[in-house]
Design a protein around this ligand. Structure first.
Ligand SMILES: C[S@@+](CC[C@H](N)C(=O)[O-])C[C@H]1O[C@@H](n2cnc3c(N)ncnc32)[C@H](O)[C@@H]1O
Length: 256
């Protein structure tokens, strides 16, 4: 089981290592999650939504971003958390972390803030202490994990009682054709590894979270805009099969 998980991670790491080196967002369905507006620090946003926009970040909060990539959401969250707060981005891909470090230099020069840290690690085994975070965010990453329930258990552990998770991600609305389900490129593109919607929400609840709310829900519609006919065929098969959602949930306890 573990070897199988490492094989999946290694495929994902390779895909995002390449994306980080090229430093460009790419066509959905090819090798990475879909393009998004560029981050304040420039290069690369590979997201499914805007978790920070729904997170009500207050000064002094500790925010943890699972699969922080080039740091897009980290750099949006950091000014909101302010000098007394902290934002920690966790990612497993060395090349992405290098890009995030480059972006951090620009961010610090622009804002004067020194409240951001990137840590290398797995979202299934977060390199943080239990109860360290007020808020966990994640943007188009959990679908890439070979063990999604473990990611949500880890997020739960990392949060203080009363802490909140806001996660944007891809879920499936129906089973994918077997050929697409096994397609490595489509896995790295954040689709083939996605869970069915009830299973995804169930994994969040099973980790112990309460008060789940669906904050956004957008169904994927194929526009067939790629020049590659294979990608176009896959896009047709995917029409309506997946949605990008943003989910809010709370760890019980703490002050109301
Ligand atoms: C689609 S990108 C999203 C990056 C960022 N959240 C954004 O919105 O731009 C996915 C990122 O998650 C990281 N990642 C994927 N699986 C991971 C895992 N199991 N543990 C840690 N990082 C992971 C990848 O290295 C990549 O940087």
């Amino acid at each position: 089981m573990k070897i199988h998980h490492e094989k999946t991670r290694s495929m994902v790491r390779k895909a995002y290592g390449t994306v980080a080196k090229k430093s460009v967002s790419c066509c959905p369905g090819s090798s990475c999650c879909g393009p998004a507006p560029a981050a304040a620090e420039g290069e690369l946003g590979l997201s499914c939504g805007s978790p920070v926009a729904f997170s009500r970040i207050k000064k002094g909060m500790t925010v943890l971003d699972l699969g922080s990539g080039a740091g897009k959401d980290v750099f949006i969250a950091a000014p909101l958390a302010g000098a007394k707060g902290r934002v920690i981005g966790v990612d497993m891909t060395g090349e992405m972390l290098k890009l995030a470090a480059k972006n951090l230099v620009k961010f610090t020069a622009r804002t004067g803030l020194k409240n951001v840290e990137f840590r290398k690690g797995l979202i299934e085994k977060l390199p943080v202490k239990s109860g360290e975070a007020d808020l966990v965010i994640s943007n188009c990453v959990v679908n890439l994990s070979p063990d999604k329930p473990e990611v949500f258990r880890e997020a739960f552990r990392a949060l203080k009682p009363g802490g909140v998770i806001v996660v944007s991600d891809i879920v499936l609305n129906r089973e994918l054709p077997p050929a697409l389900k096994k397609h490595a490129g489509l896995y790295a593109a954040c689709v083939a590894g996605a869970l069915q919607r009830p299973d995804y929400l169930g994994a969040i609840k099973d980790a112990g979270f309460k008060g789940l709310k669906l904050l956004t829900d957008n169904t994927y519609r194929s526009e067939g805009g790629c020049s590659d006919p294979i990608t176009n065929k896959a896009a047709k098969a995917l029409d309506g099969a997946a949605s990008s959602i943003t989910v809010y949930a709370r760890k019980p306890g703490g002050r109301k």
